[in-house]
Design a protein around this ligand. Sequence first.
Ligand code: ADP
Ligand code: ZN
Length: 437
Amino acid sequence: MDLHCEYFHPELETLDRAGIIKLQLERLHRTLEHCMQSEFYRKRFAEAGIRPSDIKTLEDLRKIPFTTKQDLRDNYPFGLRSIALEDCVRLHSSSGTTGNPTVILHSKLDLEQWAQAVARCLWMVGCRPSDVFQNSSGYGMFTGGLGFQYGAELLGMLTVPAAAGNTLRQIKFFTDFGTTVLHAIPSYAARIYEVMCEQGIDPRRDTRLRTLVIGAEPHSEDTRRRIEEMLGVKAYNSFGMSEMCGPGVAFECKEQNGMHIWEDYYIVEIVNPDTLEPVPDGEVGELVLTTLNREAMPLLRYRTRDLTRILPGECPCGRHHIRLDRMKGRSDDMIILKGVNIFPIQIEQVLMQFKELASDYLITLETRDNNDTMRVEVEMQDVNLDDYASLQRLERSIRSRLKDEILITPEIRLVPKNSLPKSEGKAVRVKDLRQQY
Ligand code: ADP
Ligand code: ZN
């Protein structure tokens, strides 16, 4: 492996558009034939009155019905598999942040290709075998654990499976093992910094950290910049989901401007979540993915429920794989309050512009006197909470900027640092206590 080469898989990463389309078509045909080994897809195709041979171009893909999370649930645990169970070597089950569990099966080949994808992402942001990679993801069923473990090992890094939580121990590992690359969810990266400060540890002076991989939950550009500033690192956004193996689906390159989604692994569509028609290029819609090299459980036109858009234009890094914008959230994260649609990330974007505020916040929806209301509690940086007049000024200013953004005037509560509940996994940003009518 040429350590100075920018690419992990040069021949695949630098494919031009024509090359990508040719490869996608070949792999799509293979995938469709293979899907006929699955009872689920055989039935789906029969019901829709189509055969794999009807799909001749990438546009023809639209003839195939969508696959949804509900399909995975209805066929729990093994109903969508395309190979014999004895040829599967691992399963991951989604915790179901939003419902019943689902199962994803993997063959040996699936695991190899997954590790290749993760290694490609990590190489892209400058990770090399001389790096020490510490993974603060939960292991077990959560794919951020084993997914990054095997990818980082394949690349050749010394890989520390620190797993989630136990922040003091994480920090000790940084200093003992000389960790240079950390993988963490954004809320946890901020938490690690707070604990470092409490311990009198300066990440720039006392650790060798220089790269952070953050993902698994929506976060704003300002949040990223803050975390970079805190830890003295470059932070790269990483997107994945268990249905698509896990991490390694889309990842930022060094340009930090959108995440390349690997088009030799996936066909990308962005559709209007209501009409399910494609949206014009550059517009936000629901991400729909078709897997191109999965063996145990290929998925066709899978509705991810994640909202994003394709960034227009070419990336200066030389990769032609399209770039996805930051995730706006899942369609089911959307808050509907007084008929207005609001994504928690819109609120975060406003809050993180105030340097007086720390990174943790909690949105509570409540019914008071038959009226639905929103309260935003947000932690302050270390400031004088007794200076009542300036706190009030700050509250007013936050309220008014939020009103401009979400068209609703929430109650703002400024709270001391570290007073909001912390979670070890993905941050819980919304508490909905509204009465259901
Ligand atoms: P669960 O459904 O239990 O949360 P997953 O671990 O598969 O299971 O989570 C995948 C989801 O996490 C994605 O569908 C997306 O909503 C969210 N996600 C993953 N990476 C990112 C990211 N970089 N930015 C925003 N959201 C992300
Ligand atoms: Zn790029």
